[in-house]
Ligand binder design. Structure first.
Ligand SMILES: Nc1ncnc2c1ncn2[C@@H]1O[C@H](COP(=O)(O)OP(=O)(O)O)[C@@H](O)[C@H]1O
Ligand SMILES: Nc1ccn([C@@H]2O[C@H](COP(=O)(O)OP(=O)(O)O)[C@@H](O)[C@H]2O)c(=O)n1
Length: 225
């Protein structure tokens, strides 16, 4: 018998392991994968490239509908394009990282990206793992399983500075906490744990342990369906 599509929402602050966990869980279970942070980074990249003033929410709102953002959802090879251009590299620059919270706080930007996310999830025949900040609370409140990943600021900063070769842990920690504070305090759909999400503190867990934990939770949900 065909299995029903399963929708998994994985939220949490930066550096908690959302992307690595979501990709691995999706690959292991044959599901699609969507990195919603990459979509907010892509629209931010477009705003910067087109000279839109990041400090002007009205200008950001007026431009929100212009770029065509397309996400490829194969967990083994996720892709992201803006108006047909591959932006997987450019969306990870420090400039985009420092500006993305301001862009993603604008309600018109969120409405646009949320609609895109819902249509991608609805089209995933076997199901999908969607990771971000507001997936369990706003984008997919009816998800079959909601996970909220956490980790100490020290662990998150150490993980991130390990990725950004040469970046010092202290400044990485400060930048990361500043972005979390902005994402958690904005009015429109802030970073938050859904009441029915399972919280997993990854501080003392290895990545394979976190993956195994989430895969087990998905299998349990599926068995109970
Ligand atoms: N449990 C873990 N233990 C150690 N390192 C981890 C763990 N989970 C993720 N990482 C590493 O931390 C970095 C950030 O992980 P990532 O999945 O990008 O986090 P997020 O998507 O939440 O920002 C990556 O280099 C990843 O390999
Ligand atoms: N569902 C989401 C996902 C990301 N975002 C925004 O996009 C930014 C980048 O997300 P990301 O997941 O790429 O960030 P990292 O955790 O990888 O550093 C976040 O800091 C948020 O401002 C959001 O507002 N809502």
């Amino acid at each position: 018998m065909e299995r029903a599509a399963v929708i998994v929402a994985i939220d949490g602050p930066s550096g908690t392991g959302k992307s690595s966990t979501s990709k691995a869980v999706a690959a292991q279970l044959g599901l699609s994968y969507l990195d919603t942070g990459a979509q907010y980074r892509a629209i931010t990249w477009w705003m910067v490239a087109n000279g839109i003033d990041i400090d002007d929410p009205a200008a950001l709102a007026a431009a929100a509908g212009k770029p065509d953002i397309v996400s490829g959802t194969d967990p083994a090879h996720p892709t992201i394009t803006v108006d047909g251009t591959d932006v997987a590299g450019p969306i990870r620059t420090q400039e985009v990282t420092s500006k993305v919270s301001a862009v993603s706080a604008v309600p018109e930007v969120r409405a646009r990206i949320t609609e895109l996310q819902r249509s991608i999830a609805a089209g995933a025949e076997r199901g999908i793992v969607v990771e971000g900040r507001d997936i369990g609370t706003t984008v997919l409140p009816d998800a079959d399983l909601k996970i909220f990943l956490t980790a100490s600021p020290e662990a998150r900063a150490a993980r991130r500075s390990g990725e950004l070769k040469g970046a010092d842990v202290h400044s990485t920690r400060e930048a990361l906490l500043k972005r979390d504070a902005a994402d958690s305090s904005r009015k429109a759909s802030p970073l938050a744990k859904a009441d029915d999400a399972v919280e997993v503190d990854t501080t003392e867990l290895t990545l394979p342990q976190v993956i195994e934990c989430v895969v087990t939770l998905v299998e349990e949900k599926r068995a109970g369906k």
